[in-house]
Design a binder for this molecule. Structure first.
Ligand code: NCD
Length: 297
């Protein structure tokens, strides 16, 4: 997929397919890259942002009804869904006649982000050797760190996860137990400074203001929003071969001064979102994508 984009080729491998992309929450990267991915592959694309406000969801329509309706009205062969409810992708999949691809479900999961994060990590490291990855920030409400933690555990249980967050924003204990039961080592700490020089990957995340807002706890957000901050000076203390990732958007936790550090890979990371989502759409809709591309797997 990377070759295809870099050579400016339109690889019309999904020409006969149709994809619906429904977003009930704001998005810059995930929405635009899913649309670009579907269109690059030549699929008919119906992409709707602001579903929460402009679809019949605003009149109280249920997610199962909306999903079945969109399938009928667009003849979609797959539906990409971002929704604030934790169980939304499972619920949609239970009612959908076609595959549902989660583009973020509540505060629980963001699996395609994890895939692109991992793909970015592969550019710098060999996944066969164990990695030490620090997941930093809001590990309670943030969904990207949770999905990445699961994926890193799946690809190599010898990986080590260092969870760096203030006490109040720790990763839910059920998830930590689940990860540990798969064999991965998990260390929880608030000591960001000490962790920095000791890891291969620093994965920063923002404190999720919207979840605090929903609970009427904006003062807590203000107190916590800059509790784990990566500054230019701190980033210099990292190992020279280590990398810095962030799903973005950023707030105060990732200073602009870090952007010029050669370890900063968060803009490259976004581009992998395009490649990975193209590949995922292809694998979802075509039975034998490798044969279509003439590659051996
Ligand atoms: C993330 C999300 O929506 O969970 N954004 C993204 O998809 N890159 C991260 C966030 O909002 O903090």
């Amino acid at each position: 997929m990377k070759d295809c984009v870099e050579k400016r080729e339109m690889c019309k491998l999904l020409q006969e397919f149709s994809v619906a992309i429904l977003f009930y929450q704001p998005s810059t990267r995930t929405f635009s890259s899913f649309v670009a991915a579907a269109e690059r592959l030549g699929a008919y694309t119906t992409a709707i942002h602001g579903m929460e406000e402009y679809s019949s969801a605003a009149k109280g329509e249920s997610l199962p009804d909306t999903i079945r309706s969109i399938h009928q009205t667009t003849a979609a062969d797959a539906i990409v869904l971002r929704h604030p409810q934790d169980n939304s992708s499972k619920l949609a999949a239970d009612f959908s006649p076609v595959p549902i691809i989660s583009a973020g479900s509540g505060s629980l999961e963001h699996p395609t982000q994890a895939l692109l994060d991992l793909r970015t990590i592969c550019e710098s490291f060999n996944l066969d050797s164990p990695l030490r990855v620090a997941l930093v920030g809001d590990l309670l409400y943030g969904r990207t760190a949770k999905s990445l933690a699961k994926l890193l555990t799946l690809v190599n249980p010898a990986n080590e996860l260092v969870l760096v967050s203030p006490n109040e924003l720790q990763m839910p204990p059920e998830l930590v137990n689940q990860l540990q039961s798969k064999g991965v080592s998990v260390l929880e700490t608030e000591d960001f400074e000490t962790v920095l020089p000791e890891v291969d990957v620093v994965y920063m995340t923002r404190v999720q203001k919207e979840w605090f807002e929903k609970q009427g706890r904006l003062e807590d957000y203000e107190r916590l929003k800059a509790s784990m901050t990566l500054t230019r000076d701190r980033a210099e203390k990292m190992d020279k071969d280590s990398i810095i990732l962030h799903p973005l958007p950023r707030q105060e936790e990732l200073r602009y001064g870090v952007d010029a550090n050669p370890r900063a890979k968060y803009f490259d990371q976004m581009r992998y979102g395009l490649y990975v989502r193209m590949a995922l759409l292809l694998c979802t809709l075509q039975e034998n994508p490798a044969a279509l591309l003439g590659i051996e797997v």
